[in-house]
Design a protein around this ligand. Structure first.
Ligand SMILES: O=C1O[C@H](COP(=O)(O)O)[C@@H](O)[C@H](O)[C@H]1O
Length: 237
């Protein structure tokens, strides 16, 4: 039964089928944007889920030299660190056809995200907004981008009217300090995807969607309940 949320779910038999479909859809959006405005802009998530998607997208044929790619969020670690989202993007997405794309990192060589913030904000001011596609992930605690439960700057990050593009974020479950695009910036997109895999995340998202118990406070709910951009959930077991 349809609910009032602007959310459509696309289910796939496995992660590979999902990766193929999502890569084809994102590539299609980038091709359209290149044809219409001469450039494309994509924001992707890090973590473990997007690996197959990155591999598939990297082989899509399009004019990647006209595409900027950035991350929706980053762990404040250098690219040499195993938890660097930038390192993941470079090793799996910026390969093959997509090696010609321009990567715009969220990390700067500074000891903290606060210390690096001015440099990152200056870099992000050069993005050719709006995004053509934003691909979010979701953690088992209901975080998306670096919108973590208990995050010290969560209200600012989720404020739909916040004009700021990026914010530092610290949270008990975040591992290390983070830097994240704000929700208002991520919603400045032609298409918004939420890529999740596994039964546990499907159930968690269903609870967040209904606002059940603890899930009512999961940050991902802010994405599901906003009315600015339709959300396409891509799910596989
Ligand atoms: O820390 C992060 O986690 C989320 C989810 O990651 P996953 O490993 O559960 O797929 C990710 O979307 C985010 O970009 C990343 O920084």
């Amino acid at each position: 039964m349809p609910d009032k949320l602007n959310v459509t779910t696309h289910s796939f038999t496995d992660g590979q089928a999902l990766a193929v479909a999502l890569a084809e859809r994102v590539a299609e959006l980038l091709r359209e944007s290149i044809a219409e405005r001469g450039r494309g802009l994509l924001a992707v998530s890090g973590g473990s889920t997007p690996r197959h998607f990155f591999e598939r997208l990297s082989r899509q044929s399009l004019d990647w030299a006209k595409v900027q790619i950035t991350l929706v969020d980053e762990r404040w670690v250098p690219e040499s660190h195993e938890r660097s989202n930038a390192a993941l993007v470079k090793s799996l997405l910026l390969q093959h056809e997509a090696s010609a794309a321009q990567f715009v990192p969220l990390y700067a060589d500074a000891p903290t995200p606060e210390a690096g913030l001015a440099a990152v904000r200056a870099r992000m001011a050069s993005l050719g907004m709006p995004f053509d596609a934003v691909v979010l992930g979701m953690g088992n605690d209901g975080h998306t981008a670096s919108f973590f439960p208990g995050g010290d700057r969560l209200p600012e990050a989720l404020d739909p009217h916040n004009p700021v593009r990026v914010l530092p974020m610290r949270a008990p479950g975040a591992g290390e300090p983070r830097i994240t695009f704000t929700l208002s910036t991520l919603l400045d997109t032609r298409a918004l995807f939420l890529h999740i895999e596994g039964e546990a995340k499907r159930q968690l998202l269903a609870d967040a969607r209904l606002g059940l118990d603890a899930a009512a406070n999961f940050p991902v709910r802010a994405v599901l309940t906003q009315q600015r951009v339709p959300v396409a959930v891509y799910w596989s077991p």
